[in-house]
Ligand binder design. Structure first.
Ligand code: NDP
Length: 503
């Protein structure tokens, strides 16, 4: 495995480098494709330039598959956040006044650069998150590129002005956005906030997850190379309770957009509420995969497991609860048991992001056993044959009661629970019976019956009979899964405020 630290602080300071000249070194052996990875700069990006952070603290970036340090970035502080917010405020009037088609052109250039650096992005995410290279390429690299493309189009096409009777209604940027993102889809979570914010005419300060800052730096180079004016986008790497909290609390930030745990989201929502500032929260989930009588059982179970085990179960919208009618429950469990065996850790299934997360997930598996659920695949022990890496065995629980912790709480690892229901009303009660409401799936004998059930689910997004993910469909939660929507036109609306002029 390639090793190395960041560039030195003096080298890192200075103007924004063109994308072609960004730090690149070494190969990612896990990737198999030999693509270079971005190793990290010991610099923050403020006002259009990479510069040393205010203090010397750094964060080592670890490859979760090898437990080796692969890069190093600054642990930014409130001082860096303050400088970044000041730069973003200074750049706001100019960017807000830039015609939407010119903003769209910059986003289009960013899209092209994301596509051109696909392999480097995939290799970098693969190294800092541990994702298998095929998934890193198809999802971690290609999904953000698709989202950026959609906002390049929306920025040009969106009606920023409309007439309502004797009024002209203007949609104006909210202002300076503080974006705080998690590690599970490191680039997607960033682009899902930054692209609509820029399309709307907002300026941004980003605090990415401490576990996955490398692709955030790579993305910063891409935005600079795409021609984004100085100060419109700023990056401060650092720890959540330090840099993240400073950003959420900064009076110069008009909107805080956060994705992560419900616990931190609640805190950020309270801070924003006290300051009466806008907030968007994308939080956890415990989504139901409801298999109605008459549905294609094998397909529903197999696709369901693939949905959960993708990204090692670290997906907020994962369908982690499979609901099956009592008559076909045993058959469904047998299918799941056989299917889970195909997800071999270290091969098809990557590690989870860090040791803390591994221990947390294994703790939940033990708790499920203690609660009386039956393990039919996987378990809490380390997978065999892997010397290093934060791996968890893909685990399926049967005989799960809806009230158990493993059926109520977000585990965020490769763990599926299978719950038996008596009739459709019972299934609905169970599906809606958590504090979350982010996503879900319904499989029916026909589309109509599945849609009828989906309409009654308290959740923000439902896939019908295996419907494909749509990067332009609004994404966000009911109940404690969050506030606001990301992606597509609904995602753009989060970053706009309206003014009406009467004539
Ligand atoms: P967090 O909510 O702690 O992290 C998300 C982001 O918030 C990170 O950038 C983090 O920084 C930052 N942050 C942490 N504390 C604060 C704070 N006080 N003020 C401002 N920002 C802060 O998630 P974890 O990484 O700790 O994961 C824990 C659990 O959260 C997971 O097991 C999962 O259940 C859930 N989760 C949900 C996600 C989702 O997509 N909905 C994504 C990630 C996690 P830093 O990286 O330094 O901690």
């Amino acid at each position: 495995m390639a090793q190395g630290g960041g560039t030195d602080r003096a080298d890192a300071a200075g103007g924004a480098e063109p994308a072609e000249d960004a730090d690149r070194a070494g190969d990612v052996d896990q990737a198999g494709g030999g693509a270079g990875i971005h190793r990290g700069r010991e610099a923050v990006f403020i006002g259009g330039a990479w510069r040393p952070a205010a203090t010397d603290g750094t964060i080592d970036v670890v490859n979760p598959a090898t437990e080796q340090v692969i890069g190093r970035v600054p642990a930014g502080t409130a001082q860096d956040v303050d400088a970044a917010v000041t730069a973003a405020r200074a750049a706001l009037p100019g960017w807000a006044a830039t015609p939407p088609d010119e903003r769209a052109a910059v986003l289009g250039a960013a899209r092209d650069l994301l596509a051109a650096r696909r392999e480097e992005i995939a290799a970098t995410v693969s190294a800092e998150l541990g994702a298998p290279m095929a998934f890193a390429t198809a999802v971690h690299a290609d999904l953000p590129t698709a989202v950026m493309a959609s906002y390049a189009e929306l920025a040009a096409a969106h009606p920023f002005e409309e007439r309502v009777g004797n009024s002209r209604v203007l949609q104006e940027p909210v202002g300076v956005v503080g974006a705080i993102t998690p590690w599970n889809y490191p680039l997607h979570q960033i682009v899902a906030k930054v692209a609509p914010a820029l399309a709307a005419g907002c300026t941004v300060v980003l605090k990415p997850a401490e576990d996955t800052p490398l692709v955030a730096q790579l993305f910063t180079d891409i935005l600079a190379a795409a021609g984004l004016p100085a100060g419109v986008f700023n990056l401060v790497t650092g720890l959540g309770p330090v840099a993240g909290q400073a950003l959420a609390e900064h009076p110069g930030v008009d909107l805080v957009s956060f994705t992560g745990s419900t616990a931190v989201g609640r805190q950020i929502g309270a801070t924003a509420g006290a300051a009466v500032k806008r907030v968007a929260l994308e939080l956890g989930g415990k989504s139901a995969n409801v298999i109605l009588p008459g549905a294609d059982l094998a397909r529903a179970v197999n696709v369901g497991l693939a949905n959960v085990f993708a990204n090692s179960g670290q997906t907020c919208s994962a369908w982690t609860r499979i609901l099956v009618d009592a008559a076909r429950y045993d058959e469904a469990v047998a299918i799941a048991t056989a299917s889970a065996a195909k997800y071999v850790p270290g091969d098809r299934l990557g590690p989870v992001v860090n040791a803390k997360q591994r221990d947390r997930v294994r703790g939940y598996i033990r708790r499920g056993v203690d609660e009386g659920a039956r393990i039919v695949a996987g378990g809490p022990d380390a997978p065999e044959g892997l010397e290093a890496g934060y791996y968890v065995r893909p685990t399926v629980f049967a005989d799960v009661e809806p009230a158990m912790a493993i059926a109520q709480e977000e585990i965020f690892g490769p763990v599926v629970v299978m719950i038996r229901y008596e009739d459709e009303e019972d299934a609905l009660r169970i599906a809606n019976g958590t504090v979350y409401g982010l996503a879900g799936a319904v499989w029916g004998a026909d589309e109509e019956s599945a849609v009828a059930f989906a309409r009654r689910m308290d959740t923000g997004q439902v896939d019908i009979n295996g419907g494909r993910f749509n990067p332009q469909a609004p994404f966000g939660g009911y109940k404690q899964s969050g506030v606001g929507r990301e992606l597509g036109a609904h995602g753009l609306a989060e970053y706009l405020q309206t003014k009406s002029l009467q004539f």
